[in-house]
Design a protein around this ligand. Sequence first.
Ligand code: ATP
Ligand code: MG
Length: 230
Amino acid sequence: RLPRGPIEVRFDDVTFAYPAGPPVLHGISLDIAAGTRVAVVGETGSGKSTVAKLLTRLMDPTEGRVLLDGIDLRDVRTRALRRSVVLVPQEGFLFDDTLAANVRYGRTDASDADIAAAAVEIGLGDWLDALPRGVHTLVGQRGESLSAGERQLVALLRAQLADPDLLVLDEATSAVDPALEMRIGRALERLMSGRTSVTIAHRLSTAEAADEVVVVDRGRIVQRGPHDVL
Ligand code: ATP
Ligand code: MG
């Protein structure tokens, strides 16, 4: 069981290898204070997404431990973990149903009004209102009836409704028009407020807004500190 409120994160000498592969993370140690924002940057293949996957327990470390509020992730019940930690993947996984169904996802108890309220909280109320069918909009297979930017908005709205204490974001790389980009930025800002967040940053603005930037290179943390010092 995890208490509610922003979560403190700790990687304690974590080594990870995918099955039958060589280690891709080598003795990573990292402390993230509750309520802070960390941006993880590094070249392709450096191990950023692997860090995100370990945080959401898509797999366990080969060696070492990942701790949330001092509790080994292996000892956290799956339900408690789903409640507390949400991963926003690089390409939001949308399925062929209404926007509401996609936003609800695990939170089947949430009403349309709850979804509308979550949208207002992250500044997406007018966007939702402008859709001809609102929350009943059909998103199409893999969300292809929406633009890439709108799919990102749906993923952020899903995260806001889930209301996690630790938010793990693998930022999308798809180019989006400037107006939508600003909207996404503002929604992200509100989504991260009051939570601990670990963002795999592809946008410079995300790294700039973080309390701390962690630079990963070939499975090792090679630098960390405030953005302006790096
Ligand atoms: P990118 O910026 O391209 O998203 P990344 O920093 O997120 O890269 P990871 O996806 O964490 O990198 O991959 C780290 C290493 O692990 C790479 O060498 C990659 O080839 C390897 N890897 C990733 N996923 C798997 C997998 N499912 N099975 C085997 N090896 C994998
Ligand atoms: Mg990645």
